[in-house]
Design a protein around this ligand. Sequence first.
Ligand code: C2E
Ligand code: CA
Ligand code: CA
Length: 704
Amino acid sequence: MLNIFKKFIKYFGRNVENDKDINYYLDDDYNIKSYSESIKIAVVYGIVGALWILLSDELLSRIVPNIETFKKLATYKGWMYVVITTILIYSLVLKRLLLFEKAIKKIFSNYEELNASNEELIALQEELKEQFDELEISRNALMISEQRYELAVEGADCGIWDWDVEKQIYYFSEKWKNYLGYEENEINNTFHAFINLIHSSEKEQVIKKLNKYILSQIGSYEDVFRMKCKDGSYKWILSKGKAIWNVEGKVIRVAGSHTDISQQKLIENKLNSLAYFDILTKLPNRVSFEIKVNDLINKKCNTSSKFALIYMDIDNFKNINDTLGHASGDLFLKDISNILKGNIKSPDFVARLSGDEFALIFENVEDRMEVTNRVQDLLKHLRRHWVIDKQEFFISFSLGIAMYPEHGDNLAMLLRNADIAMYFVKKDLKDNYSFYFDEMQEKNLKQIKTISDLYHAIDNKEFILYYQPIIDLKDGKLVGVEALIRWIHPTKGMIPPIEFIPLAEETGLIYDICKWVFNTALMQKISWEQQGYKHIKMSINISGKRITHEKFLEDINQCVLGAGVRCDEIQLEVTETAVIQDLEVSMKILKEIKDMGMKIALDDFGTGYSSLTYIQKLPIDVVKLDRDFIKGISNKGQDNLIIQSIIKLVHDLNLEIVAEGIETKEQELFLKQSNCDYGQGYLFSKPITKEEVEKLFLNNIKEL
Ligand code: C2E
Ligand code: CA
Ligand code: CA
């Protein structure tokens, strides 16, 4: 019985004991058969109960005949039934509940695992999202950067280049090719094609510089060169770039930009030429000259080689400017510069220092003889008749030469000494050249001393006036005098005006001197009038600097009015050169002088440049023919003809003419025959003191 029960339990509880993996129940295809399982349990319970009722009573009635015992046992049997079914139900329910418990546990643990996985998944998802966002940002940035690059390449005025050194590809932005005038396919993307576009004189430099940069492995690259455009012109390019090197230091690529700096270069060149070249003549200017000399001195200081520094000045250039106008003056300067350029070849050097001043360098000269020969050669080209504005001129030049190192071992000294030599030539020789010598310096010092003495000359009453008679050539009568100043220096004796008038003009002392001359001459005229020598014309020299002085007219007016002198017997002598220094002002002043009733004489006629023009223009009464003309009078000289034509021309203009510097009878005769009005010169009298003039008056052939 117990065995049967055990088997029974075993059969129904097999699932519990044999306990299949719980996963079996959790398989997808496992079906919990709730109804059949319940029916099974109910059927088992029903069969066991039915068998028990049917068999246990029958069996018990056979075994126990006694009713009383039977009853007792039936009660026990009933209890037994309850016990067996209780155990049966317990085992069945327990099995099922254990199963559920396991399942629930399993589900629960699975659920937790699932939950954890889910969280992991969420984290993963977030991570992915972040990565995606980052990717999106990078993608956008890349897109913007690409757009920017494209816009930059397209929009920029500069060209973009990229040189893949390994593959030898040299990329040019299309826009840049177009900028140079080429179509995209006209220039290969090779380094060779790039180099081919560079100006031949810069190719080598560009390659060298690029190589140097690549080898340096640091910093960035920069170069300036010219690139050829399709039309054959060149553009100045500023090329900038940067390279990338691999770990072994080998360059991988270089990329950068090309910018057109042609305009900038043009301005730079302009500025450069303005800084170092003279605009008018295109010759190097003073700055270039100083650089050149300093370089030469630096180069030569350790050698025994010499060079010559030559200062060249055009004599009376101002007259050309004033006579013909500045435009013609400029033209003339250009002509001179071209001759200089044509005859002075590198390494020799020529520069324009200022207005009419030029400076020359003759390099590697052996001795003075060589310099002299070269200067003479040059002068052959310069000393000639020039024709400007259909007018013919002879222009002279003054050149001063300083030798390095003999006359100075530095720029300042060489320039100063060449300048002194040039001034020496200008004052004493003209149209010539001279090497510097120390005495020139002494002469300079002497001049300085003279100037300082000149300052005290008026106060010390060291000036006196001499008078040179002016004779009427028709009848030999003395009609007037020219007042000529003399300086009686306390130690040096009489100094002729030629030695101090230019210094007085330079220092401005001329104003006071002229005023003194004018006053003294006027007083003398009045004095002679008072002595009965009436109608003696007084001719007074007026310096050019004086005429244009603002107080000139006022001074003259005061003098004349104060003296109560007859104005028509006062004659002011002015030179052409003096008048044309400031033509407009001079003309205005001369007209006013004429309005005051005075006469005006054009002095030194024939030494100027276009005198005939001036005679007609200026408000003059008298022309004084220069001594140089008179000197030329000979039996059948060409000058005779010229003098005669001038006399005729002057008369045609209703002017009078005075011949200066008559020294011989022939000259007097010729002039007389040529209808010259008046004469002046040693033949008649040298300039003399007032007392001597008065003696002349007394002895004068005729009453004046
Ligand atoms: P200038 O006005 O042409 O004066 C004539 C000069 O020629 C005078 O020289 C006179 O002595 C000189 N002379 C006259 N006849 C003869 C001659 O037959 N043969 C030679 N060889 N010479 C003759 P001086 O007095 O030495 O004057 C020289 C210059 O100095 C003058 O030339 C004039 O330009 C200037 N000067 C003289 N006095 C004055 C003055 O008071 N004021 C100004 N501003 N300049 C003056
Ligand atoms: Ca004179
Ligand atoms: Ca004169």
